[in-house]
Design a protein around this ligand. Structure first.
Ligand code: GDP
Ligand code: MG
Length: 367
């Protein structure tokens, strides 16, 4: 079964789920845990509750990826009405659409070259068929390079789990921390926030407002105080007071890689003095609108500190849905969560199938 058929089948509302093969058997869907798995981490145990979460997720992806869909799938479709057969010009247009969707030049050239070869070898000249082929190639690569990492946080059994959030200013770190804190506190976890972005004036207050609103604890220092000592105090407090999750906000200074590296290394060191395995998770937050520039930033962070996951924010605000592919291609770090809007519930676990459906197949909003 091809990608499109698989997705249509999986997401069609009235479909009897038993007819759908398990995800592992599907060509593209061989990565990351499906939505069903992710529900386990939340408190909802009833079938009805699970259905609700699933619907919310699907709806959030469909809504949040509208711009990306218009920037990609609608353009692909419009090509098919201009060309009746594929030719060199068709491939040029296709290449432009992929590059503008931020799939990345290298990956785009690779995909287009392969598609041209296939078109020749198998004698395919229908634009629709070539489009399908290209889309399948885009995501086959993702599926193959993706290890089966669960997007949900890996909680440790004993003591608090520590999550360090890094990324440039304005990317959405603080907002994402609030969304994660909200998610896990609702699921019954005792959450502590550490406002270790002490560099930017007002950053501490911003996190404080969120903590208050969500109803979780926060440890704050003075503006300009040493972020590492705040981390130390935060993790010690979390151990003593039996918190389940500590989320550490950090400053996003990128001007000087050595400084960034030193600062993050120091934070990790002091956290490790209290819990040797911590931080258990380090997420890099990337704004989907930053395109290739965002990928370059990500490389700097990856060199500065070990990363266990990426959070892509503001997917709702971009017509460039391909950044997910470029990230996987360039960084090899799994995307764990995706920001699909400003609301507290608009942060979802990254699910390739939901993402693809949102990018390729939702049709009701064609205006
Ligand atoms: N539309 C949209 N806006 C977001 C999303 N995530 C964050 N933002 C906005 O991005 C802006 C910067 O976020 P902030 O968390 O302060 O970034 P930080 O400097 O990295 O901590 C804020 O206005 C957020 O509301 C998202 O997924 N969608
Ligand atoms: Mg911030």
């Amino acid at each position: 079964m091809g990608l499109f058929d698989y997705l249509k089948k999986k997401f069609s509302k009235n479909e009897d789920e038993k007819n759908i093969k398990p995800v592992e058997e599907q060509k593209v869907a061989s990565i990351e845990s499906p939505v069903e798995n992710s529900d386990k981490s939340l408190s909802s145990s009833s079938v009805e509750g699970k259905e609700k979460i699933k619907d919310n997720t699907q709806e959030a992806y469909a809504r949040g990826m509208k711009k990306a869909r218009k920037g990609f799938m609608y353009r692909l479709k419009s090509l098919t009405s201009i060309f009746r057969k594929v030719n060199e010009e068709y491939f040029d247009e296709l290449e432009e659409i992929l590059i503008e969707a931020d799939v990345g030049t290298e990956l785009t050239f690779r995909i287009i070259d392969e598609a041209k070869q296939d078109a020749k070898v198998y004698n395919i000249d229908s634009p629709e068929e070539i489009n399908k082929l290209v889309v399948e190639k885009m995501f086959e690569g993702y599926a193959q390079s993706g290890k089966s990492v669960s997007p949900d946080l890996n909680f440790v059994n004993n003591g608090p789990t520590v999550l360090l959030m890094v990324g440039v200013n304005g990317g959405g770190k603080t907002t994402t921390i609030a969304k994660l804190a909200n998610r896990y506190s609702k699921a019954g976890k005792k959450v502590l926030l550490v406002a270790a972005d002490t560099f930017r004036a007002g950053a501490t207050e911003q996190l404080g407002v969120w903590a208050n609103r969500i109803g979780v604890d926060i440890l704050m220092g003075e503006d300009g105080c040493d972020p590492s000592s705040l981390c130390y105090d935060g993790v010690r407090k979390a151990v003593n007071e039996k918190f389940d999750l500590v989320i550490v906000d950090t400053a996003g200074r990128l001007q000087n890689k050595t400084n960034l590296m030193n600062e993050l290394a120091k934070m990790r060191r002091v956290i490790g003095k209290i819990i040797p395995e911590a931080p258990h998770e380090t997420f890099l937050v990337i704004d989907a609108n930053t395109g290739q520039n965002g990928i370059d930033q990500a490389k700097v962070f990856k060199e500065a500190t070990p990363l266990t996951g990426i959070v892509i924010t503001k997917m709702d605000g971009t017509s460039k849905g391909g950044i997910i592919l470029a990230i996987r291609d360039k960084l090899g770090v799994p995307v764990r969560f995706i920001g699909l809007g400003e609301g507290m519930n608009d942060l979802k676990e990254f699910d390739l199938d939901e993402y693809l459906y949102g990018l390729l197949l939702v049709e009701e909003d064609e205006d």
